[in-house]
Design a protein around this ligand. Structure first.
Ligand code: ATP
Ligand code: MG
Length: 362
């Protein structure tokens, strides 16, 4: 698939405009703070339903305005598909696919497949477990249809269970806890199995990329909440999770929080035998992040049998010549959007200059 055209109105600093793209490499160049990342953000919004920079939807509205609207025409197997995203302050967002309003973000996922590469990818390696969980959840929710639903249900039950822990402390009977635990185990096990399967796939890919790029070995270790080396059997996972919940009940009651479950999980990327988060150099971590993203792209391609669109925000300036060449070679044949401060050193199929929110095709 590829993005044929984009229309933006009141989105960040971008001027109201329609932009037509080409099917290959689209280069967006311009000085700092002109709107390059904003443009990629608007495309990614239509793909995932939220900002890749973690901004709230209301922050995407142009300063001083009270709504924004973004629309794209996507070409998929010679058919055009229209995706729209509108948001007015203090109202619900409206997302439409081919004119039909969709009810939840999970219905949007898969309509426009994208992979975004940005300097912030480094945070997936460097930061705490919640960053990795969030990343993992967003990747799996695109390739596994029920993942987001299971996760939302799990989080709802978890919140209610934690509330119940507090009421038990205040004298309410413990008996109802069993019902919550059964539900938590039901959804939790599904999430764990899907994470395990996804991470197995990541490992296969990341091993290959890291070896090719820097001749290093890679392993992925899934730190699942059931303490299993391989957590891909749902029945076994269910049993273990239930046991763990029962075992931890006294601690849970003391802190009013649930100590075990997918909400506490993490995964490690081991490079040359050492945890990359703790022992790798900045350059090694950057390469690991890049390989992780390339793996995401490979899995997305394979699982959907579709051609995802690639968004490369400011990553070219951070890569050395060999890595740059490697990445461009791997992404050949896919529609790619690259932002850069200059037009020099980058070969594209079409070029756009961005200045003060205005995008001009050359
Ligand atoms: P760099 O090369 O530094 O990454 P960029 O071209 O990617 O720059 P953007 O991140 O797209 O820059 O931001 C462009 C401008 O948009 C910034 O000056 C920013 O302050 C502005 N901006 C951000 N949010 C809004 C908003 N809601 N309304 C108007 N302008 C905004
Ligand atoms: Mg930028």
């Amino acid at each position: 698939m590829y993005v044929k055209e984009l229309f933006v109105d009141n989105f960040r600093n971008l001027q109201k405009q329609k932009i037509e793209f080409c099917e290959g490499i689209n280069i967006f160049y311009g000085l700092n703070a002109q709107g390059k990342s904003n443009l990629l953000e608007s495309i990614r919004l239509l793909s995932m339903g939220r900002s890749f920079r973690g901004s709230k939807t209301t922050e995407l509205i142009k300063f001083g305005e009270d709504y924004f609207y973004v629309k794209a025409i996507i070409c998929q197997e010679n058919n055009d598909k229209k995706i729209e995203f509108g948001y007015k302050k203090n109202e619900n967002k409206v997302i439409k696919v081919n004119g039909n309003k969709i009810k939840s973000t999970s219905e949007l996922l898969g309509q426009l497949l994208t992979v975004i590469f940005s300097p912030e990818d480094l945070n997936i390696i460097k930061e705490g477990p919640s960053h990795r969980r969030k990343y993992l959840d967003s990747c799996i929710s695109v390739v596994e249809k029920n993942y987001l639903y299971n996760l939302m249900q799990y989080n709802k039950i978890l919140m209610n269970r934690n509330k119940l822990l507090k009421s038990i402390k205040e004298g309410k009977s413990k008996s109802i806890l069993e019902i919550f635990d059964d539900q938590l185990v039901e959804y939790g096990a599904k999430i764990i199995v899907m994470r395990q399967n996804y991470l197995k796939n990541v490992e296969i890919n990341i091993k290959k990329f890291l070896l090719e790029i820097s001749n290093e070995t890679a392993e992925i270790v899934y730190l699942n909440s059931v303490g299993l080396k391989d957590a891909s059997d749902e029945e076994i996972v269910k049993k273990r999770l239930k046991e763990k919940l029962s075992k931890n009940i006294d601690v849970d009651l003391r802190y009013f929080t649930t100590q075990v479950g997918p909400h506490r999980e993490d995964f490690k990327i081991i490079i040359n035998g050492y945890d990359s988060r703790v022992y790798s150099s900045q350059g090694q971590q950057r390469t690991a992040a890049l390989c992780l993203k390339l793996s995401e792209f490979e899995i997305l391609k394979k699982e959907t049998s579709e051609k995802p669109v690639l968004l490369l925000d400011d990553v070219m300036s951070e890569l050395d010549e060999n890595r740059k060449k490697y990445v461009l070679e791997r992404l050949k044949g896919f529609q790619t959007f690259i932002t850069h401060t200059t037009k020099r050193d980058l070969k594209g199929d079409c070029y756009f200059k961005i200045s003060n929110g205005v995008v001009i095709k050359e």
